[in-house]
Write a protein that binds this ligand. Structure first.
Ligand code: AMP
Length: 634
């Protein structure tokens, strides 16, 4: 983002929210405001003389419907006539200005009105992003890359440039939003050593109010630019998004409340605007919760000791929104058909998800099903466009972004095991793409859920590694400890995106996680981590060994103890005593390790474990023949 005195930021100037991001040696990241908020609502309120932007304007929008301007992006570069279909969604008045262009009509306090252009409104949003950036970067950025929808025509692009200029920004490039999304994942960027071939990428963008799908081709270029992006086809629906899901839920609740109040269920219950607004925000929160939970409860006080209570399940939500998701898939089908000739039979190599609604599990499943591949979800779907704009800004400012895209994995990737050690699944310096699997099991009888925590680093203990994320494999049917077979697969693809999936073989249960391990890692940090691992190598290995010995010995003690109690009556007393002694010796090792692992001699510990394992062979035989007698059919 910076070369000499040049500072270029990436800006996603969105219909509902806007963001500013930068990219440097640490990779791209969104710049938060002083309260840590990363999204600035694209809402501007015009008080006489000055503009209020973002959260404050949004939260007071109901009180000032005529002077609060939202969704101004829908008016950019359009005539009042063109924008007619959108007007019913806007709370403010729009009138034709010069040459019929759309102007926003704002009432003045003292009477009369004034007209402002969509460019001026967008400029207020951009100014507010510049302030956010200045606070963190120490100076105001003078240049920006701004993203625009792929379908924006010349007039709409020109209007976006004008907005930038009004905000004092030199707009060095307008980048199509889907192109930015692909760039954020590094798709199509050349990496040290290898030149990628042309790639075809689909970007599925389902936001609050609009759905866009684009098919792109990325071609590595020999010229000045490291890549060449071409939009092969676009499709979508300018009035389809998360808001429609909220409205479906509001309708369900409104009908049920009407029924509960004894009103005709088919007649619509007219709600005062404030109550309707509350119902919409309740609906939105239910929708968001159901992306991570199986059920979510609503509780509304209807007055006179009446309460509306409702638990909504994910399944119910999925049934409700299936027609909406179907419509997006139909748009995908049409966009693919439109790109067919240009694709010339070449396959799609990646699908990228953008927009808050793509966190919905049903959306992810349906997209995966339609395109026959897992979509990219590792980056925050609300941020991915701004991050890509920042990557483009970094390239334009002359920093070598491609140097960051390595063809080897700089740090090992692994999973935390019992006791806090890390089992490395992919070893550092493996070339990308890389794939490896590892088997895991449960620690307790009847354990129905396993937490899988993914780490990056060279040290042996989780506490010394960098945590990348965690997920749960749930609904494992009850089985004794150690019996479930969980295959954990790590796949780092050509763009450095890590997919971790866990699969319990008997029940078929699956779960997974996607992250970009190198985000936020500087080359210096990689070096430091390597150095640390060398310094601590011996100590770390010992500790890892002790931790594994403790975990495995516990499982041994558990099953040997259970069988010993069951069959003690038929064992020769001398043999039982030998087992008892071996158990006591191993328990002592475990206790000592827990008290202070450095005081344990791992060789001695391993010998104690071996001694018990060897001694238990006879017990195992006794146990098997007893089961055969009890169950001759075996
Ligand atoms: P965007 O316009 O991309 O910011 O998307 C905003 C939309 O995403 C709104 O309708 C949000 O309610 C919706 N959204 C945000 N988070 C989630 C989530 N976890 N699950 C489902 N929808 C979400």
């Amino acid at each position: 983002m910076e070369s000499g005195s040049e500072l270029i930021v990436g800006i996603d100037l969105g219909t509902t929210n806007s963001l500013v991001a930068i990219s440097d040696a640490l990779g791209p990241r969104v710049i938060p405001d002083e309260h840590g908020r990363r999204l600035v609502p694209s809402v501007v309120r015009f008080d006489d003389g000055h503009a209020v932007v973002g959260n404050e304007a949004k939260s007071t929008s109901l009180d000032f419907p005529n002077t609060t301007v939202n969704s101004v992006k829908r008016l950019m570069g359009r005539s009042a006539e063109d924008a007619r279909d959108d007007l019913k969604f806007l709370s403010y008045r729009v009138a034709p200005g010069e040459r019929g262009t759309a102007r926003i009509v704002l009432p003045r306090k003292g009477g009369g009105e004034r007209l402002v252009s969509p460019e001026e409104v967008s400029a207020e949003i951009l100014r507010s992003l510049v302030r956010v950036a200045r606070r963190v970067l120490g100076r105001a950025p003078a240049k920006a890359v701004i993203t625009v929808p792929a379908y924006f025509d010349d007039a709409q692009r020109q209007a976006t440039r004008t907005a930038g200029r009004l905000a004092g920004l030199d707009v060095v490039r307008l980048v199509p939003e889907p192109t930015a999304a692909a760039l954020a994942y590094g798709i199509g960027l050349p990496r040290a050593g290898v030149k990628p071939g042309p790639r075809n990428v689909v970007v599925y963008d389902l936001g609050g109010g609009t759905f866009d799908v684009s098919v792109l081709r990325l071609t590595p270029d020999e010229g000045g630019e490291p890549f060449f992006f071409q939009v092969l086809s676009v499709g979508g629906d300018s009035h389809l998004g998360g808001d429609d899901i909220d409205h479906l839920l509001v309708d369900v609740m409104r009908r049920e409340i009407a029924a509960q109040l004894g009103l005709d269920a088919d007649r619509t219950l007219e709600l005062p605007p404030q109550a309707r607004r509350q119902l919409v925000s309740l609906a939105e929160s239910l929708k968001v919760r159901l992306s991570s939970e199986q059920a979510a409860a609503a509780h509304i006080d209807l007055g006179d000791d009446r309460v509306y209570e409702r638990t909504l399940t994910r399944e119910e939500l999925e049934r409700l929104i299936t027609p909406l998701v179907d419509r997006t898939i139909e748009c995908c089908r049409r966009a693919m058909a439109a790109a067919e000739r240009a694709l010339g039979g070449e396959p799609i190599s990646a699908v990228v998800l953008v927009g808050g609604v793509t966190r919905t599990p049903l959306v992810r499943r349906r997209v995966a099903e339609f395109f026959g591949m897992e979509p990219y979800t590792a980056l925050d779907p609300d941020e991915v466009v701004a991050l890509g704009a920042a990557v483009q800004a970094q390239i334009l400012s002359g920093s070598r972004r491609d140097a960051l895209l390595l063809d080897v994995i700089p740090l090992s990737l692994g999973i935390e095991t019992a006791g806090g050690a890390v089992a490395k699944v992919i070893i550092r310096n493996s070339t990308v793409p890389a794939r490896a699997t590892e088997m895991f099991s449960t620690q307790a009888d009847g354990q129905s859920s396993i937490r899988l925590t993914v780490y990056q680093g060279e040290r042996e203990m989780a506490e010394h590694c960098r945590k990348l994320g965690e997920f749960h494999l749930r609904d494992i049917p009850p089985m004794p400890a150690g019996v479930p077979q969980v295959e954990v697969a790590f796949l780092v693809d050509a763009n450095g995106v890590l997919n971790v999936s866990a699969h319990e073989r008997r029940s078929g249960k699956r779960a997974g996680l996607q992250v970009v391990p190198n985000h936020g890692l500087s080359p210096e940090e990689v070096e430091r981590i390597e150095r640390d691992s060398l310094t601590h190598a011996r100590e770390d290995m010992t500790r890892h060994r002790v931790v594994d010995l403790v975990a495995n010995s516990r499982l041994d003690l558990k099953w040997i103890g259970e069988r010993l109690e069951r069959h003690r009556g038929v064992l020769e007393p001398a043999y039982a005593a030998e087992l008892d002694a071996a158990i006591v010796a191993l328990r002592a090792q475990i206790e000592q390790a827990q008290h202070d692992w450095t005081s344990v001699n791992p060789e001695e510990f391993a010998r104690a474990k071996d001694a018990l394992d060897r001694a238990s062979v006879r017990l195992q035989e006794v146990s098997i023949s007893a089961s055969l007698r009890e169950n001759p059919a075996l």
